[in-house]
Design a protein around this ligand. Structure first.
Ligand SMILES: [Zn+2]
Length: 386
C-alpha cells in the first residue's frame, strides 16, 4: 500500500480520519476534503504510541492494519472461520485470549481467526453444552462471560469478604479480577492540552489496564475489563458488571488532576464511611497497592483513604481505586507518558494482589517482588491447590 503522511489527501486519508475519530483520538471535522493535516498526524502518533508501534506519524501497512483491527471489539460482529479471507481484529484477539484463559488452545493470540481458533471455540462450545458450530455470536459470548447481566441485590456483610479471602488460597491462578479503567468513550477524564494532542486520563489508564490484564492472564488469572474503550458506564454499572462477573477483586484505575500544578502523588481508596463500616480486605489491598507503587515509583505518598463512592460501595467484593499521579503535574505526567513506568505500575499492582492472597506469608520486602518471581511461584505450586 501507499504510505500516507502529512500533506496527503483522498479517500484513504478519509478512512484513517474516520477510524481515529471513532476511537476518540481525533476531533471530528465537518464535511469537506479529507486532508492529512497536523492534527491528524498527532492523532496517528498517539494511536501508534498506544499500540506499541513506531511513533512516526506515518500510516504504513502496520499502522493501517492496527487501525482497522482496533475498530472491532468483541460482540460487534459474528466471528467465524473464513478460509478465503480470515477475519482479523481486536475482537478476534480478545476471543483468543479468553479461550486461552479458559484453557482452550487457540494458538498464539494473534488477532486472526484461523483454524486453531475455530477448533478451540468448538471445544469450548461442546464443553458448555452449546452446538459446536465454531461461530462466536451472542450466545457464545454470554457463555464466555463477556455479556454482563443485570444485577439485583445489595452489598453483603463485609466480614464475608474476609472469610472468602482466607478460603481463596495463595494462588493467583483462577482468581477473577475486574480491571476498571476510569472514564472512557467521550469522557476522557483529566486532560492536558487540546484536541488530538491532548494527554488524557482515559488514554493512560486504558493503557495501564491492558498491561495489567496481560500480566494477570499470564499468571493464570481471569482478568476482565469493566468496559471497552468506546464506552463510559456509570460507576453503578461498573459495579454491576463486577458483581455479575463474580469477581474476586475490583481494581479501578484513575489519574488525578488539580488546578495547582504543584499537586502530585499517589492515593488509594477502599470502601468505608470514615466513621464506621470499612472493608478491611479492601483496606488491606489498597495498602499493598499503595506501598508497592510508592516503593517502585517514588511518587509522593498521598495516603490510603476510606470512601463511600458508588464503585466501592456497590461492589460485593473488595474494590480499590487508585489515583496514579496528577496529570497537571509536570513530573507525574512525564512519568505517566513513559511506557516503562506504566509497566512498573502494572507489575506493582499485580504483586500487591499476590500479597493479598499470601495473607502476609511472604518474605519479600515491599517493592522487590518481581513479576517473574510471581509467575515462578505460580508454576511451582500444584494446580490442584485451588
Ligand atoms: Zn478519573
Amino acid at each position: 500500500m501507499q504510505l500516507l503522511s502529512r500533506g496527503d489527501a483522498g479517500p484513504p486519508v478519509a478512512e484513517v480520519r474516520a477510524a481515529l475519530e471513532e476511537m476518540g483520538i481525533l476531533e471530528p471535522t465537518g464535511p469537506g476534503p479529507a486532508l492529512f493535516d497536523e492534527p491528524l498526524e498527532q492523532a496517528v502518533r498517539t494511536f501508534q504510541q498506544h499500540r506499541g508501534l513506531i511513533t512516526d506519524g506515518i500510516v504504513g501497512p502496520a499502522t493501517y492494519r492496527a487501525l482497522r483491527d482496533a475498530r472491532w471489539s468483541l460482540g460487534d460482529r459474528m466471528l467465524l472461520l473464513n478460509t478465503q479471507q480470515p477475519l482479523t481484529g481486536d475482537d478476534v484477539f480478545a476471543l483468543q485470549e479468553r479461550l486461552l484463559e479458559l484453557g482452550y488452545d487457540s494458538g498464539r493470540a494473534d488477532g486472526v481467526f484461523g483454524r486453531q481458533t475455530e477448533q478451540a471455540l468448538r471445544s469450548f462450545q461442546r464443553d458448555y453444552g452449546m452446538s459446536p458450530d465454531g461461530m462466536c455470536g451472542p450466545r457464545t459470548l454470554r457463555h464466555l462471560g463477556y455479556l454482563g447481566r443485570k444485577v439485583t441485590g445489595g452489598r453483603p456483610g463485609l466480614l464475608r469478604e474476609q472469610e472468602r479471602l482466607h478460603k481463596a488460597g495463595p494462588r493467583l491462578s483462577g482468581k477473577r479480577i475486574v480491571i476498571d479503567p476510569g472514564h472512557g468513550g467521550a469522557d476522557r477524564g483529566a486532560l492536558i492540552g487540546a484536541g488530538p494532542e491532548a494527554v488524557t486520563e482515559a488514554g493512560l489508564v486504558g493503557d495501564i489496564a491492558r498491561r495489567l490484564e496481560g500480566r494477570m492472564a499470564a499468571a493464570g488469572m481471569e482478568a476482565l475489563l469493566s468496559h471497552g474503550p468506546q464506552d463510559c458506564p456509570t460507576d453503578a454499572e461498573r459495579a454491576g458488571f463486577a458483581n455479575s462477573a463474580g469477581a474476586d477483586v475490583v481494581l479501578s484505575l484513575h489519574v488525578d488532576a488539580n488546578t495547582s500544578p504543584a499537586a502530585n502523588g499517589l492515593a488509594a481508596f477502599h470502601f468505608g464511611t470514615g466513621t464506621g463500616a470499612t472493608s478491611t480486605v479492601g483496606e488491606a489491598l489498597a495498602g499493598f497497592i499503595h506501598r508497592e507503587l510508592l516503593a517502585r515509583t517514588r511518587m509522593l505518598d498521598c495516603g490510603v483513604h476510606p470512601r463511600p463512592w458508588e464503585l466501592l460501595r456497590l461492589t460485593r467484593m473488595p474494590a480499590v481505586r487508585v489515583e496514579i499521579g496528577y496529570l497537571t503535574n509536570d513530573r507525574d505526567r512525564a512519568a505517566l507518558l513513559d511506557p516503562g513506568f506504566r509497566d512498573v505500575v502494572a507489575e506493582g499492582i499485580l504483586v500487591a494482589v499476590k500479597r493479598l492472597y499470601l495473607l502476609g506469608q511472604d518474605d519479600k520486602p515491599t517493592g522487590t517482588f518481581t513479576w517473574a518471581e510471581v509467575l515462578q511461584r505460580e508454576a511451582n505450586r500444584p494446580a490442584a491447590a485451588r
